[in-house]
Design a protein around this ligand. Structure first.
Ligand code: C5P
Length: 285
């Protein structure tokens, strides 16, 4: 028996941060959306727990002793009291440590896949609790549908969003989340009134997003100035509705009204920046 789960990229369309809490984490408000672009996790019944990584960004994870996918598998097995193993294969299509929740989505996909493979009697609430112990972005990746994130990231409210094209660009620099938070200077705070039901169309979403920002963008740009170069290149593309950084970076995104414009923009950028990861995709509602 085997189970295959998609691990979609998570994009923070906005990200506001409040003052550091006594536990070291920051309260935040964010709108997380998911895309067709993503990693793929395959789980196959086996006596031992093993992980094989392939795909274009597999080398970025080489030598990482304790992958989040294995930690997720062990945490689920411990919670359920199972001794079952699994042969896991992760196809790493997303750049590593890049602000689009790749590792978190992989861990969430492992929890979903292994609950099914091992036929565990573990409910969604318990799966979310395990997810929260693995990282702030893992809970939202369990359902992988658009949601407002609050608290440390674990307080989730489903949000309707339109199926918009977006272009993802990563300049090939890894930015550790912890360092970006540590370099944070200005904060919007986490007290914004969030729309109750999400957004009926692109105009409603864009109207809201223009009143918000990613608080981590300035700090990440100071650490890796090439992020500024990416944002300027995205903002200059024809048909761009909004260009912004996701999460703690370095991946930036641009929203477009139609897929043709997004694909033309990707082709244009690839001519000038052959070394950047450039991925046109769409938001999955
Ligand atoms: O939870 P996660 O392991 O993804 O967090 C990585 C780091 O990012 C934390 O150690 C912390 O420094 C920072 N962080 C934060 N506030 C959050 C989420 C993450 O300060 N809400």
């Amino acid at each position: 028996m085997n189970v295959t789960e998609r691990a979609s990229a998570k994009i923070n369309l906005f990200l506001h941060v409040g003052d550091r809490r006594t536990d070291g984490f920051h309260p935040l408000q964010s709108l997380a959306v998911f895309t067709e672009a993503g990693d793929v996790l395959r789980a196959e019944a086996a006596g031992q727990l093993t992980l094989t990584i392939d795909g274009p960004f597999a080398p970025g994870l080489a030598g990482e002793g304790d992958n989040l996918v294995l930690r997720a598998a062990r945490a689920l097995a411990a919670e359920a009291g199972t001794l079952a193993g699994a042969s896991l294969t992760l196809t790493k299509n997303l750049p590593v440590a890049s602000g689009i929740g790749g590792g978190s989505a992989d861990a969430a996909a492992a929890l979903r896949a292994l609950r099914a493979l091992w036929q565990l009697d573990v409910n969604d609430a318990t799966l979310l609790q395990i997810a929260a112990t693995l990282g702030s972005d893992v809970p939202v990746c369990i359902a992988s549908t658009a949601a407002f994130m609050e608290g440390r990231g674990e307080t989730l409210t489903k949000a309707a969003v339109p199926r918009l094209p977006l272009l993802l660009v990563n300049p090939g620099v890894a930015v550790p989340t912890r360092e970006v938070f540590a370099a944070l200077q200005e904060r919007s705070g986490a007290g914004l009134a969030l729309p109750q039901n999400g957004f009926a169309d692109a105009a409603a979403l864009l109207g809201f997003l223009r009143e918000t920002r990613n608080d981590l963008e300035a700090a990440a740009r100071r650490l890796q100035p090439v992020i500024g170069t990416v944002l300027e290149a995205l903002a200059a593309l024809p048909g761009v509705l909004l260009a912004r950084m996701s999460g703690s970076g370095a991946t930036c995104f641009a929203l477009f009204a139609d897929e043709g414009a997004s694909h033309r923009a990707a082709a244009r950028l690839r001519e000038r920046h052959a070394d950047w990861w450039i991925a046109p995709t769409v938001i999955t509602p």
